[in-house]
Design a protein around this ligand. Structure first.
Ligand SMILES: [Zn+2]
Length: 280
């Protein structure tokens, strides 16, 4: 039987994981989510400062209710970090590993203090991450309110009840990108005070995670084709010719399949409300 997908090896610039200069239609971001995988694979954390500089003025500062960036309510560490930096610039958040076990997970734990020093907060990839992260924060002498905590799109938020549930635990919640643009905007408007609604406005949204690496040929477990930073995993092409890029985690040889199109661009009237960018 013919497979629905064809694997195409494609090469990516190994340094291209930090897309300096990437802009959405408005050129402004409030939250930028960066994958942890390249850094776990040895990429230089100095790239984060480069990204920060390139996005320096790309910030609207207009979160609804002004809750998230009202640092007065935050305890010491986060406030100090924000005040040390010049005003403006989006928050840079590092994602936890996309599968919550294995070498990447262990290494993330080991290097937690380094990431905490460089990033403004963390992006949780699944609900169980909150307990894991709370433990790490405690062990390292931080409070949960020292960092900005965001959810990944995998939290499947499609009603305001979810926002009520997560208020007080997370600082922002990503709205399900499958909802049409009007529904996303309407839902954002129904969010309660104290939690920021995020609408993905730039980047490619993950559509599937797999513990099996799609770059693998044959039945080997460790494929060796994942690439140094996990970006050389190639892509899958479906029967209609659409290409799904693969981002891999070479430490554990697992992967994320990305969607075929960039996330929607916000309309003019939406740009002043909320936006986010996801770089995987
Ligand atoms: Zn692999």
């Amino acid at each position: 039987m013919r497979s629905a997908f064809v694997f195409d090896p494609v090469s990516f610039d190994p340094a291209g994981f930090v897309p300096a200069g990437v802009k959405d239609a408005s050129g402004k971001f409030d939250l930028v989510h960066v994958s942890c995988v390249p850094f776990l694979c040895g990429a230089d954390l100095a790239a984060v400062e480069k990204l920060r500089n390139s996005l320096g003025s790309s910030f609207s500062g207009k979160f609804p209710g002004n809750t998230a960036l009202d640092v007065s309510g935050k305890s010491g560490y986060f406030r100090e970090k924000r005040e040390k930096r010049e005003k403006g610039g989006p928050l840079l958040l590092i994602s936890l590993p996309f599968i919550s076990r294995g070498k990447a997970f262990d290494l993330f734990k080991e290097r937690f203090a380094e990431f905490a020093a460089v990033f403004d907060g963390f992006t949780l990839q699944n609900i169980g991450d909150l307990e894991f992260l709370s433990g790490l924060l405690r062990e390292n002498g931080f409070s949960q309110h020292d960092f900005f905590l965001a959810s990944d799109t995998a939290f499947n938020v499609f009603n305001s009840g979810a926002a009520l549930f997560w208020r007080g635990k997370l600082d922002s919640l990503a709205i399900l990108p499958e909802l049409d643009p009007g529904e996303q905007k309407a839902l954002a408007g129904r969010f309660p005070e104290g939690i920021v609604p995020e609408i993905v406005s730039c980047g490619v949204v993950p559509v599937m995670r797999s513990e099996h690496c799609f770059a693998v040929k044959g039945r080997k477990f460790k494929c060796g084709a994942c690439g140094k930073y996990g970006l050389a995993g190639g892509s899958l092409r479906d029967v209609t010719g659409r290409e799904f890029r693969i981002v891999t985690n070479p430490l554990d040889c697992n992967c994320v399949l990305l969607g075929t199109v960039n996330a929607r661009q916000p309309g003019e009237d939406e740009r002043a409300v909320y936006r986010t960018a996801v770089f995987v």
